[in-house]
Design a protein around this ligand. Structure first.
Ligand code: SAM
Ligand code: ZN
Length: 280
């Protein structure tokens, strides 16, 4: 029964089951570069992508002061139910009115399936964030690495669209990568090092059976190339702040989030990122 479920159970995820669902839903609905939503669940379940988990305590401490009853919260880009669940845990026992916005139908379908299993209400909107016109507004907008998916030249437009969609007194919570590099050998092979690291994690984890198919390996190669391309075109945190201020947002705080080095062979992938809170 839904009303007997505690907040933590309600927002808990079964990562291997979700990863298998994403492999199927993504093949049918994801047209993103690098099969992004088809593979994301597998990479999360294998521990190759665990940034959200390590950042959740910091995000909680930054967001808690802004938690309000009946807050309308938009997740601006969600690869799967991970960010909505983190927000649910941070807001608990308050239940935010959640809307997930994504341009890919696969991630929204995964969110709908998750919400149905857990008897949760979560709206999904299939649109480009750049097209938000202010006709609907939210009290909080959360971006978890979504800016990395847009060329920094588009960040001005992105934050203007988000500022339109933010209610007066509302906040934008923005986590964004600001640099990625390889330390050690293979300095110029960010995507290749990522492929090797990720494949090893998948083969050593609960999704090992997926790595046995050549189709999966081909998809992972394309995913890794795209990942490397995104990581070579990142804004500095000063540029992010500049884009936000130009959109009329005021910066309330700026933090760097913890990132674990990802080591494979003689190389380590090293990231840095910022979590910026801004108000209107
Ligand atoms: C980095 S992923 C989010 C991953 C996140 N860390 C998580 O755990 O879900 C960014 C998401 O934003 C979506 N996205 C990127 N650009 C977008 C845009 N212009 N409009 C709508 N969604 C967008 C992508 O489809 C993707 O699902
Ligand atoms: Zn997709």
């Amino acid at each position: 029964m839904a009303d007997q479920t505690t907040a933590l159970e309600r927002w808990s995820e079964d990562l291997p089951a979700q990863a298998r669902r994403a492999l199927a839903v993504g093949r049918a609905l994801c047209a993103c570069d690098g099969h992004y939503h088809t593979l994301w669940g597998t990479l999360r379940a294998s521990g190759a992508s665990n940034g959200l988990k390590s950042e959740e305590p910091l995000l909680a401490s930054l967001i808690k002061p802004y938690v309000r009853d009946s807050a309308r919260v938009m997740i601006a880009g969600a690869a799967d139910p991970g960010v909505p669940c983190a927000m649910g845990r941070i807001y608990a026992p308050v239940m935010p009115a959640l809307t997930v916005v994504d341009r890919c139908k696969a991630s929204l379908e995964l969110m709908r399936q998750f919400a149905a299993t857990k008897h949760l209400v979560c709206r999904t909107l299939n649109l480009n964030l750049l097209d938000l016109d202010g006709s609907e507004q939210w009290d909080q907008i959360v971006l978890h690495y979504t800016p990395d998916f847009l060329d920094p030249l588009l960040h001005g437009r992105l934050f203007q669209a988000l500022a339109r969609a933010l209610s007066p007194g509302g906040t934008v919570v923005c986590a964004a990568m600001t640099a990625t590099g390889v330390v050690g050998e293979r300095e110029h092979e960010v995507g290749g090092v990522y492929y090797d690291y990720t494949l090893k994690k998948v083969m050593d984890g609960p999704m090992a059976e997926a790595a046995a198919s050549t189709e999966f390996l081909d998809m992972l190669r394309a995913y890794s190339v795209r990942w490397g391309q995104r990581r070579t075109n990142l804004p500095s945190s000063e540029q992010l702040v500049h884009s936000m201020r130009n959109a009329g947002l005021s910066i309330l705080s700026e933090n760097s989030a913890p990132r674990q080095h990802r080591i494979v062979g003689g190389a380590a992938l090293v990231d840095s990122c910022s979590i910026i809170i801004a108000g209107k």
